[in-house]
Ligand binder design. Structure first.
Ligand SMILES: Cc1ncc(COP(=O)(O)O)c(C=O)c1O
Length: 339
């Protein structure tokens, strides 16, 4: 497969411009139907547009892989398509049919195939984003919307390889409120996590763990990843109660853990003490895959999780998931979507 001349050995997790991006348009009350690939570049909009003023925008994050079978594949893109439908509905953006979303994504990947890192060197991050364009001084849904799908080759999310993280449980900020927009991939959720994340990083932590706004005895998730805690043979993750993002990786790990590794998986209320006393804790997401959490600090007290290292089950889950994504082992779940 022909590739661009990029420094594949030293790819960072950042935006590398590619050849093209998809652009679709839709007016309120109509359906998303047309769209086309255009040269990758900037988008012009009014300073009064609803996305800039009222945060009316949602996005997705997914990856394309150059697999061990020497072909290009996506991982469960139907789940991203479905989440996009849920997110758009919550923010009054015309919902796009899953087929339209998948066409926009696959056309973008096909046209930028040579930017996908060779097998073993990384992956192609795909970012579909849709937002309101109409200029307005008063708060209200826009009348016209665009969908952009852009992509970028990426290396590992963590510069120095996967090492156990040290996280801070935030008692100062919440990420999402009950009945709010926490379960949508809304752009505003990420602006809310900027200050907590920056403060934690300036104090030497890798990221923040957010507590449930309605009961701070329970953990919810991180700014861009879901959480799991393993105690004995039981793997527990916070239930999707409306304020947690339903991660595609979360769902995949639940299935691998219960159906391939024989673990007992529970989706429920995850008490802070259960997390702090677990044998292994890890986070999941398209960017972080499965990443171990070695230390957690709460109210100034540092807690080591297990022996603070990369737990055996965490390692197996990460390896199994990556091996399915890169087609190194059989895909028993029918998750792989060849392009
Ligand atoms: C808030 C939040 N939680 C969880 C996740 C993990 O979701 P996924 O596994 O679909 O990437 C993300 C992904 O970006 C996220 O932004």
């Amino acid at each position: 497969m022909k590739k661009q001349k990029l420094d594949w050995e030293n790819l960072e997790f950042k935006v590398y411009p590619t050849r093209s991006m998809w652009k679709g348009e839709c007016e309120i009350g109509k359906t998303w139907s047309k769209g086309e690939l255009i040269t990758y570049g900037t988008v012009e909009m009014s300073p009064a547009s609803s996305v800039l003023n009222y945060g009316q925008g949602v996005f997705e994050g997914m990856k394309a892989y150059h697999s061990a079978k020497d072909r290009i594949v996506l991982f469960r893109p139907d789940r991203n398509a479905n989440r996009m439908v849920q997110s758009t509905q919550r923010l009054c953006i015309p919902a796009m049919k899953e087929g339209y979303f998948l066409k926009a994504v696959t056309e973008t990947v096909k046209d930028n195939m040579d930017y996908i890192p060779p097998y073993g060197k990384g992956s192609m991050y795909i970012r579909p984003i849709t937002f309101g364009m109409t200029p307005s001084i008063s708060v209200g849904p826009a009348l016209d919307y665009i969908l952009i799908v852009f992509c970028s080759p990426v290396g590992s999310y963590f510069k120095s390889g996967v090492k156990p993280l040290h996280l801070l449980i935030s008692s100062k900020f919440h990420r999402a409120a009950p009945k709010g927009i926490g379960n949508a991939k809304a752009i505003g959720n990420y602006s809310a996590s900027l200050l907590p994340g920056s403060e934690a990083k300036s104090q030497g932590y890798n990221e923040v763990i957010y507590l449930k706004a309605s009961n701070e005895d329970y953990v919810e998730e991180m700014g861009a990843a879901n959480l799991f805690a393993l105690s004995g043979k039981t793997l527990k993750t916070p239930r999707l109660g409306g304020s947690i993002l339903p991660g595609v990786t979360r769902d995949s790990v639940i299935r691998i853990a219960s159906e391939m590794l024989g673990l007992q998986v529970e989706e429920g209320d995850l008490h802070v003490d259960e997390l702090l006393s677990a044998d292994e804790v890890f986070c999941t997401g398209t960017a972080v895959v499965v990443t171990p959490i070695g230390k957690v600090t709460k109210d100034g007290k540092e807690h080591s999780i297990g022996n603070g290292g990369f737990g055996a089950v965490t390692k197996t889950l990460r390896k199994t998931l990556l091996s399915i994504q890169y087609e190194e082992i059989d895909d028993p779940f029918n998750w792989i979507f060849p392009i």
